[in-house]
Write a protein that binds this ligand. Structure first.
Ligand SMILES: [Zn+2]
Length: 257
């Protein structure tokens, strides 16, 4: 049985409360400093979510990457932190996580002159597909997890795209549970995104990574990275955006820093 199969079996066979081993806690403490900052009840809840995630998501190592418990748990913990307080399965549409040792080659398509499609090979640290696949480079996952203050976390980024795509469109608007929530989201994020894109165009400094100016989906993914890694700055400088993300994720990361 491969390493994912073994881990899955452990989570399936044992009562969830006792299954989370000390060595797994040690992996999370070592790889994900954010984990150590979580209140105890969130850590407990995260363990349960990780169990649900690992039993429903197939992990595969690519380009000869030999998967380990540590890799699977480090990815799962970060993915699950985003949806720790959401109802239902962590990622109902997700089937597979493919892990590469380092940045992998992907084909990007863009529209050229006269509507022609230009294909080019690009190096990627992560990708999220609407068919329920997330692809990640392990060294980038590690870097993103270890540095919790730089606002860059490829795992948060790609799983934010998965959350965004739950309603069928990866468009920067995730599933919101009322018309009023949608109206507020559209107004607040629309206004912040517009100001942000203007600053990026003028070459001004921004809290969010300028990559978020690519389109609304990237804006949401980058805002998510910032929300979890620079929460205090975001709350201070853009309280409206912080509050929307706080309501959506049902988390207050600023209180962990
Ligand atoms: Zn993206």
């Amino acid at each position: 049985m491969d390493i994912w199969g073994k881990l899955k079996a452990i989570f399936e066979d044992a009562p969830k409360e006792i299954v989370f081993k000390d060595e797994w806690v040690a992996f999370l403490n070592a790889n994900l400093p954010l984990y150590g900052r979580l209140p105890a009840e969130l850590q407990e809840r995260l363990h349960l979510r990780i169990g649900e995630f690992v039993t429903t998501t197939f992990f595969e190592g690519c380009n000869d990457l030999e998967l380990t418990d540590e890799m699977i748990l480090t990815v799962a913990a970060q993915a699950c932190l985003l949806v720790i307080n959401h109802e239902g399965a962590p990622y109902p549409q997700l089937n597979t996580v493919l892990l590469y040792p380092t940045a992998f080659t992907a084909t990007s398509e863009s529209l050229g002159p006269g509507g022609t499609i230009i294909k080019r090979e690009v190096k990627c640290e992560g990708e999220s597909w609407d068919n329920g696949t997330v692809i990640l480079a392990w060294n980038s996952v590690q870097q993103g997890a270890t540095n919790i203050f730089d606002g860059h976390n490829v795992t948060f980024h790609e799983f934010a795209h998965q959350i965004d795509s739950l309603d069928g469109d990866t468009d920067g608007v995730p599933v919101l549970h009322s018309e009023a929530a949608f109206q507020t989201w559209a107004a607040v994020l629309g206004e912040h995104a517009e100001k942000f894109m203007d600053r990026v165009r003028r070459g001004r400094k921004t809290i969010l990574d300028p990559y978020g100016a690519t389109n609304p989906a990237e804006y949401f993914a980058v805002a998510t990275e910032t929300f979890f890694e620079k929460p205090k700055q975001l709350k201070k400088k853009q309280p409206g955006l912080y509050e929307e993300l706080e309501k959506f994720y049902q988390l207050d990361p600023a209180s962990w820093f």
